[in-house]
Design a protein around this ligand. Structure first.
Ligand code: FUB
Length: 322
C-alpha cells in the first residue's frame, strides 16, 4: 500500500515538477542545503541554499537561495529563487546559509555572502520584502557584519550563518559564526546592530547556529566538530549560561556539513538538516559534500526538556500535520 502511494506520488511529482511529496531528501530535482524554516500564516516556508557544483571534487558553487512551502509538512511546493547573492551590490557571490523572520508585514532575510574585495572574506547582509517569496532587496546597501568587525579567529569565513531570535518583548538578537559562536542585539529597525558583539561558550562549536525555545528553555543547536554532527545546549536565558547536552544529530550521510533548522508547526516539532545522499542521475555525479539535499524528521522532547536524538530516515515525515 505504501509502495503504491509512493509510486503515485512519484508520478504526480513528475507531472507537476513544482510539487513534491515528503521523503528524504525532500527534493530530488535540485540540490538544496542549509535549511532555514519559518512558520507563517498557517504554512511552513523553507528557505535553502542551492548547491550547483558539478562535482563533489569542486568546492561549493552557490549563487541564489530557493524557497519551498507546505501546509502539512508532507506536500511541498517549490517556488524558485527568492534572491541572488549578487543582488547585494557589495557582494561577490557565495549564497551561503540564511535565516528569515517576519515583523509587521515585512520579511527580513539575513544571509551569508562573500564581500567584494574592499572587505575581506565573508559578510552578513539583510534584505527585505513584503512577501515571504520575495523579491528581496538589500535593506541597507552595505553589509550588517563584515569580517574585520570580529577578530576571534584568523579565518575570513568566521562571520557566517546568521540565526535570529526574537524575544517576547520584541528584543531581537542575531547569532552567527564559524569556530567562534557570537551574538549581537539588533536595533528595532532590525537592520542595524545595537551594541557589542559577544561570544558564547559552546563546546566543539563549528558553525550553523539556530536558536529556539520550548516551554521555559532556550535551545541553541549547532554544527559541532568536523565532519559535523549537530550538538545542542540549553539555558533559561537567551544570554546563557548554556548547558551542553551533547549530540542531537549524527554525521549526516555523505556530507561533512550538517546544517539544521528547528520549528514547531501545528503542535509537532520538526528538525530539518541536509545530507549528501541523493543518488546519481544519468550523466551526473551523485549527491555529496558539495551537492547536498535537505531532509526533515519529527523531533521529540523528554520530560526534563532535553531532546531525543534525531533518527534520520529515508521516509521523512509521513503523517500530514493538521
Ligand atoms: O553551505 C555553505 C556553508 O556550509 C554554510 O554556510 C555552512 O553552515 C555549511 O553548511
Amino acid at each position: 500500500m505504501k509502495f503504491v502511494k509512493r509510486t503515485l506520488a512519484a508520478a504526480a511529482t513528475a507531472l507537476l515538477c513544482s510539487q513534491a511529496v515528503a521523503k528524504n531528501p525532500l527534493f530530488d530535482n535540485v540540490f538544496t542545503a542549509d535549511p532555514a524554516a519559518m512558520v507563517h500564516d498557517g504554512k511552513v516556508y523553507l528557505y535553502t541554499g542551492h548547491d550547483e557544483s558539478p562535482s563533489n571534487n569542486v568546492f561549493f558553487q552557490m549563487h541564489d537561495w530557493l524557497a519551498f512551502s507546505s501546509e502539512d509538512m508532507v506536500n511541498w511546493t517549490q517556488h524558485g529563487p527568492i534572491m541572488k547573492a549578487t543582488d547585494f551590490k557589495w557582494a561577490k557571490g557565495d549564497a551561503w546559509a540564511a535565516h528569515m523572520i517576519e515583523r509587521d508585514g515585512t520579511f527580513y532575510f539575513y544571509t551569508t555572502v562573500r564581500h567584494k574585495d574592499d572587505k575581506p572574506g565573508f559578510a552578513i547582509g539583510v534584505a527585505t520584502s513584503k512577501s515571504p517569496l520575495g523579491p528581496f532587496v538589500d535593506a541597507r546597501g552595505s553589509a550588517l557584519v563584515t569580517d574585520d568587525m570580529t577578530k576571534h579567529t584568523p579565518n575570513d569565513w568566521d562571520d557566517i550563518d546568521p540565526a535570529i531570535w526574537v524575544e517576547e518583548n520584541g528584543d531581537t538578537y542575531m547569532f552567527f559564526g564559524n569556530l567562534m559562536p557570537k551574538y549581537v542585539k539588533l536595533k528595532d529597525n532590525l537592520i542595524e546592530l545595537d551594541g557589542e558583539i559577544k561570544t558564547l561558550d559552546l563546546p566543539n562549536f563549528t558553525e550553523a547556529l539556530w536558536v529556539h525555545k520550548k516551554n521555559e528553555y532556550y535551545y541553541v543547536t549547532y554544527a559541532c566538530e568536523f565532519p559535523e554532527k549537530i550538538c545542542y545546549s540549553m539555558s533559561k536565558s537567551i544570554h546563557g549560561p548554556w548547558e551542553f547536552k551533547g549530540i542531537l544529530n549524527e554525521l549526516a550521510g555523505n556530507s561533512e556539513t550538517n546544517h539544521q533548522s528547528v520549528i514547531t508547526f501545528k503542535g509537532k516539532d520538526y528538525f530539518f538538516y541536509h545530507t549528501g545522499s541523493l543518488p546519481p542521475k544519468p550523466g551526473q555525479e551523485s549527491g555529496g559534500r558539495f551537492r547536498r539535499s535537505v531532509a526533515v524528521e519529527e523531533m521529540h522532547y523528554n520530560e526534563d526538556g532535553t531532546i531525543q536524538r534525531i533518527h534520520m530516515t529515508t521516509e521523512g515525515v509521513t503523517e500530514p500535520a493538521k
